[in-house]
Design a binder for this molecule. Structure first.
Ligand code: NZQ
Ligand code: ZN
Length: 384
C-alpha cells in the first residue's frame, strides 16, 4: 500500500426529515446565501423545508446555477455575496449547485481573476463556510473538496480542489431524490460506478481493504441501481444508492492506491464541447479505456471480472472481454448509451476533441501518466 494522509471533516446528516436539523448547524447570526438550480427544489418541496428550517436565520437566495455550472453565472453570485456581506453558503440541489457553491466560497475573497483558481490552480487562502442539502446522488461532492466549473466563453471544463471548501455538513435525505427524472438517476449510478472504477481498476498494490470496499460499492450499485429505476419511491434502494455515491468519492476507497482519472478527464471535454451530461460522457469512455488499457490493467481486470461479474470460465482474454461487455451492458441497462454515435458524435469530432485538449497543454493521463493525445484518439475511436 502507498503512503497516505486521510482527513475528511464533513458531517453527514442522513435520512428522512434531516433537513429540519440544518438550523442547528448554521450560526444563528449568519447571513446565509441559499444557492440553488433551475427550480427542482421548488417543485419537490425541498425549498419549503429549507426555508422552514431557517425561519430564524437571515436568508438571501441565488437561483439559477445550471447543470455543469458556468463561471459566468457564478460570478453573479459572487457579486451578491460581496454586496450583501454573506458569511455562510448553503447549496441546495445536485452536484452542480454544490460545486458552484464551493467555487463561490473560494472565489468571494480571492484577489485577481477567479478563473485562475481552476486554470492556474491558484492557492485558496480563505473560503466562506458552506453546507449542503444534496438532492441527487452521483458526484460525491457532498463529502469531498472537489469542484468542477465550466467557462462557457472558452468551452473549458476544469476541476478544482481545496480542503477549505469541504462542506461543514451535508444533508442526504433519500426522499428528496424521489422527484428525479429516471435519466438523472441513471446518470448518478454511472457516475458513482465510474468514480469507484477509477480508484480500483489500476494495478495491485496489496490493498485488499480498499479493493473490497470498492467492490462492495460496485456490487451494491449493480444490485440496487435497477431497483431505484423500477420504483422511484423505493426508500431503501434510494438510500443505498445515495450512500454508495457518497462513499465512491469521499476519499476513503482511494487512499493508498493508484488512481486513473483518464475517463473523467476525457469525459469533461465531451461535456464542454458537445453538452453530453457528465455520466453520458463517462459511459462512452470507460469501456473503451478498459479495452485500450487491458494489458496494463490485466490483473485488476481479472479480479473485477471474477468478484463483480462472477466470471471464472474461459482464458484470461475471454474473461476480460466478458467483464468489459458486462460493464457496457450494465450502463445500457440503466439507460445510458455507451456509443458516441448515439450522441451524434463521429470521427470528425474526435479530431476536434483532440485539438481542444492539445490547445490546453500536454496530455499525460492514467495511473502511469502515459496516456497521450494519440491514445485519447484511439480510445475515442473505440467508442464510435
Ligand atoms: O437545476 P435544478 O432545477 O435543481 O435541476 C437539476 C438539474 O437540472 C436536477 N435535479 C437535481 N436534483 C433533483 C433534480 N430534479 C428533480 N429532483 C431532484 N431531486 O438534475 C439536473 C442535473 O443536476 P446536476 O447537479 O447537474 O447533476 P449532478 O449531481 O450529476 O452534477 C453534475 C456536475 O458535477 C460534476 C460534473 O462534472 C457536473 O458538472 N462533478 C463533480 C464532482 C465532484 N465535485 O467531486 C465529481 C464528478 O465526477 C463530477 O465531475
Ligand atoms: Zn464523475
Amino acid at each position: 500500500m502507498q503512503n497516505f494522509i486521510f482527513q475528511n471533516p464533513v458531517k453527514i446528516l442522513f435520512g428522512k426529515n434531516q433537513i429540519a436539523s440544518i438550523a442547528a448547524e448554521i450560526p444563528v447570526n449568519a447571513r446565509v446565501l441559499m444557492i440553488y438550480g433551475g427550480g427542482s427544489i421548488q417543485q419537490n418541496g425541498v425549498y419549503k423545508q429549507v426555508k422552514q428550517a431557517l425561519a430564524k436565520h437571515i436568508v438571501f437566495e441565488f437561483r439559477g446555477i445550471e447543470p455543469n455550472p458556468c463561471l459566468e453565472t457564478l460570478i453573479e453570485a459572487i457579486d451578491l455575496v460581496r454586496t450583501e456581506r454573506i458569511d455562510f453558503l448553503l447549496a441546495v440541489g445536485g452536484g452542480s449547485v454544490l460545486d458552484g457553491t464551493k467555487f463561490i466560497a473560494a472565489a468571494s475573497s480571492f484577489e485577481g481573476d477567479p478563473w485562475d483558481i481552476l486554470a492556474k490552480q491558484a492557492p485558496i487562502l480563505h473560503a466562506l463556510p458552506l453546507g449542503a442539502v444534496m438532492t441527487l446522488p452521483a458526484t460525491g461532492s457532498e463529502m469531498n473538496a472537489f469542484f468542477v466549473v465550466t467557462k462557457a466563453a472558452t468551452q473549458e471544463k476544469l476541476v478544482g480542489f481545496s480542503p477549505s471548501v469541504y462542506p461543514q455538513f451535508s444533508v442526504l435525505d433519500p426522499t428528496t431524490t424521489f422527484s428525479l427524472p429516471p435519466w438523472q438517476i441513471s446518470n448518478g449510478i454511472v457516475d458513482a460506478f465510474t468514480h469507484t472504477i477509477e480508484q480500483y481498476l489500476t494495478y495491485p498494490v496489496n490493498a485488499p481493504l480498499q479493493d473490497r470496499m470498492a467492490e462492495a460499492i460496485l456490487k451494491t450499485l449493480i444490485e440496487e441501481g435497477p431497483k431505484t429505476l423500477k420504483n422511484s419511491t423505493d426508500y431503501d434502494a434510494r438510500a443505498n444508492v445515495m450512500w454508495c455515491a457518497t462513499m465512491a468519492l469521499n476519499g476513503l476507497i482511494g487512499v493508498g492506491v493508484p488512481q486513473d482519472w483518464s475517463t473523467h478527464e476525457i469525459g469533461h471535454e465531451l461535456t464542454a464541447l458537445y453538452g453530453l451530461a457528465h455520466a453520458q460522457s463517462l459511459a462512452v469512455i470507460l469501456p473503451s479505456m478498459m479495452q485500450f488499457k487491458r494489458a496494463a490493467k490485466r490483473e485488476k481486470l481479472l479480479q473485477y471480472a471474477e468478484r463483480i461479474w462472477n466470471i471464472t470460465d474461459g482464458n484470461e482474454n475471454q474473461r476480460i472481454d466478458t467483464a468489459i461487455v458486462n460493464t457496457k451492458s450494465f450502463f445500457e441497462s440503466v439507460g445510458v448509451s455507451t456509443c458516441l454515435a448515439n450522441y451524434r458524435l463521429h470521427s470528425e469530432q474526435i479530431s476536434e476533441i483532440c485539438q481542444h485538449m492539445k490547445n490546453r497543454g500536454s496530455v499525460a493521463l492514467g495511473e502511469y501518466s502515459n496516456i497521450g493525445l494519440e491514445d485519447v484518439e484511439k480510445v475515442l475511436t473505440l467508442s464510435l
